[in-house]
Design a binder for this molecule. Structure first.
Ligand code: B12
Length: 218
């Protein structure tokens, strides 16, 4: 059943069929864990990206699909809190999050922001295409405990490193944990640029950031 629904969601996205995708999303809420629905929606977009690379899908189709997948995520939003296990005492942990400069991909970042909020973190979302300077100045101004950096392009992931370097220059690197993500990022990349945490998806970001309490950030 789950596999079937997963496949149908992926296919509906590949067919750029908004109505079907949204209906299947609603139908799936009762039938499978939210994490799996999110992963099916993400997989559909990922496969769209592969087809785009092969010249079998085009930017307008990608834009349309991204927009309705975002709507599907919004359908799931009200159901997220129980799943991520809301913890009341996380409100005092501030997370500044942004998609880095030159990068307009924000679906993944939005999802991470939504899940962190649902889990109880105080999230300050700076949006997409945000310069490293702006990110660091916001971290300073808000006294954020965590900064989350999203990059979807191999050409923009260097800005994740740039932010870390700027935090060092500003003398606040020790005060803030850096979590990175996005399709081209990896554990190896995180270690290379000196990020504290890499998370492959939004659920993992929540799980790993909950450890923040153990780090004594509060
Ligand atoms: C949708 C999409 C678009 C949409 C974006 C809409 C939007 N509002 O976001 C549009 C059509 C606008 C777009 C534009 C472009 N795109 Co595009 N796009 C995609 C696509 C198909 C899906 C991305 C997505 O939304 N996935 C769904 C979300 C939920 O998943 P996610 O982003 O990976 O996020 C999850 C994790 O990565 C992680 N995560 C993400 N961020 C963060 C942050 C933190 C802190 C943490 C912890 C975790 C985390 O958690 C998320 C949730 O689980 C990808 C394909 C792919 N393989 O990723 C290509 C892709 C990223 N795009 C690509 C390209 C080339 C472009 C363009 C340059 C195309 C062009 N010629 O104009 C432009 C770039 C414009 C720019 N300057 O940014 C390439 C990048 C190739 C590369 N090596 O760099 C890809 C890989 C497609 C491909 N295979 O060629 N794109």
């Amino acid at each position: 059943m789950e596999n079937d629904l997963h496949q149908r969601i992926v296919q509906a996205i590949l067919d750029v069929d908004e109505e079907k995708t949204l209906n299947l999303t609603k139908k799936s809420i009762e039938k499978m864990p939210l994490e799996k629905i999110i992963s099916a929606l993400s997989e559909g977009l990922r496969q769209m990206g592969d087809l785009f690379e092969k010249g079998e899908r085009f930017i307008p189709e990608l834009v349309i699909a991204a927009e309705f997948v975002n709507k599907a995520f919004k359908i799931l939003e009200p159901h997220l809190s129980p799943e991520v296990g809301k913890a009341g005492d996380l409100r005092s942990v501030k997370v500044v999050i942004a998609t880095v400069e030159g990068d307009i991909h924000d679906l993944g970042k939005n999802l991470v922001a939504t899940m962190l909020s649902a889990a109880g973190f105080q999230v300050i979302d700076l949006g997409k295409g945000v310069s490293s300077k702006t990110i660091v100045s916001k971290v300073k101004k808000t006294g954020a405990h965590v900064v989350g950096l999203s990059a979807l392009l191999t050409t923009t992931m260097a800005h994740q490193e740039e932010v870390i370097n700027l935090l060092i220059e500003e003398g606040i690197r020790e005060k803030v944990k850096v979590i990175i993500g996005g399709a081209p990022a990896s554990q190896v990349w995180a270690e290379r640029i000196g990020a504290d945490v890499y998370a492959e998806n939004a659920m993992e970001a929540v799980r790993k950031l909950k450890e923040i309490i153990d780090w004594g950030v509060k």
